[in-house]
Design a protein around this ligand. Structure first.
Ligand SMILES: O=C(O)CCC(=O)C(=O)O
Length: 349
């Protein structure tokens, strides 16, 4: 089927009637809805983008996690928190998931110039780290929710995203069908990012492998131990890194043929957002432009979900290999519903 670009006219009217569909109706029809606006000053978006880009460029360790991570900067940055708790976002999510909501995770997505597509994938609601071969559920839905959906994702553009910059894309209506996955070598998985794209020196690569900021969520700090860093060539460093990763696996989607589906690309203005179920088959195309494509997503769950249930048995490491001992959920709407979660207010630290 032909690839489409989302346009408000196409997605906000039903074919037969002239009444606009609500956010909730569009969501249940397609598995995603947007782009939606939230009238945030462009200055704020630009400041957030500059700070997050700077953090990524410096490979700064995350204060909560003690290592580089693209996760949960809303817990550290007041303006990121402002964005992710914006009433327009919360209202849109609440209209689908109900009034009692936790913001429990956010993640920065930088697509650098020349970056390859992010493969088609679904996430069925456990967030267990299957993208890097792990299986430790981050969410335990309540009895009431477990036969429906208990989580939604909001993806916010921090740059204007044109069609050639690798916009988010969805296979319309796929949120009702689960495609199987298989673990395959990480480099063949849907989530593999070329670690050599913007690093040109052996020293830089080794430094990033040493501080675990080269391959997202994967520990690489053991690979160059005992290596003479003054003498090793760039080619040798690349070879050693790939050898060091060869036993690492990640999820590959099976049985999905995009040409059999209606694929919708979603170019967006900075400061607009899309709400989607991670069950909807999604990914993004290559960034064929010379410009950065920066975005942040946020995950919201019903407040009766237990977040990081393994914490209750003393475990601290999640499916993305992060120590979540200091993680807190943010109650963005309604009531807490269970005392099994670690909660905080909407002030960043
Ligand atoms: O930003 C992207 O390229 C993909 C984002 C994604 O997969 C997500 O938000 O779940």
């Amino acid at each position: 089927m032909a690839e489409q670009v989302a346009s408000p006219e196409v997605i906000s009217m039903s074919a037969q009637q002239k009444t606009p569909l609500s956010t909730k109706e569009l969501f249940w029809r397609d598995g995603f809805v947007g782009p939606l606006g939230m009238s945030v000053p462009r200055d704020l978006i630009d400041r957030v983008a500059t700070r997050l880009d700077g953090m990524l460029g410096a490979h700064a360790p995350h204060p909560l996690y003690g290592r580089f991570s693209v996760r949960d900067w809303h817990l550290m940055d007041e303006e990121v928190m402002t964005l992710l708790t914006h009433p327009r976002i919360v209202d849109a999510v609440a209209s689908i998931l109900g009034p009692d909501l936790l913001l429990w995770r956010s993640k920065i997505f930088l697509k650098r110039p020349g970056e390859a597509p992010l493969g088609w994938h679904q996430e069925w609601g456990a967030f267990n780290g299957e993208e890097i071969g792990n299986d430790r559920p981050s969410l335990l839905p309540s009895e009431e929710a477990k036969n429906g959906i208990w989580n939604l994702t909001v993806w916010i553009a921090l740059d204007d995203v044109t069609p050639e910059m690798g916009p988010l894309r969805f296979a319309r209506g796929t949120h009702t069908h689960r495609f199987p996955i298989e673990m395959q070598p990480l480099v063949q998985s849907e989530f593999w990012h070329d670690p050599f794209l913007d690093t040109s020196s052996a020293k830089d690569l080794i430094a990033r492998a040493d501080d675990n900021s080269l391959v997202l969520d994967i520990r690489t700090d053991h690979i160059f131990q005992g290596v003479d860093r003054e003498r090793i060539s760039l080619e040798q460093v690349k070879y050693m890194l790939m050898q060091g990763l060869q036993n690492q696996v990640g999820a590959v989607t099976l049985g999905f043929d995009a040409s059999e589906h209606e694929v919708v690309d979603v170019p967006m203005d900075a400061g607009t957002f899309v709400v989607f179920s991670e069950r909807t088959m999604h990914g993004s195309s290559a960034n064929a432009s010379p410009r950065r494509r920066l975005a942040i997503n946020a995950r919201y769950t019903r407040a009766d979900t237990v977040v990081y249930p393994f914490r209750e048995t003393g475990e601290r490491i999640d499916g993305s290999n992060l120590d979540i001992s200091q993680h807190e959920c943010v109650l963005v709407s309604g009531r807490a519903m269970t005392d099994r979660n670690v909660l905080r207010d909407t002030k960043a630290r």
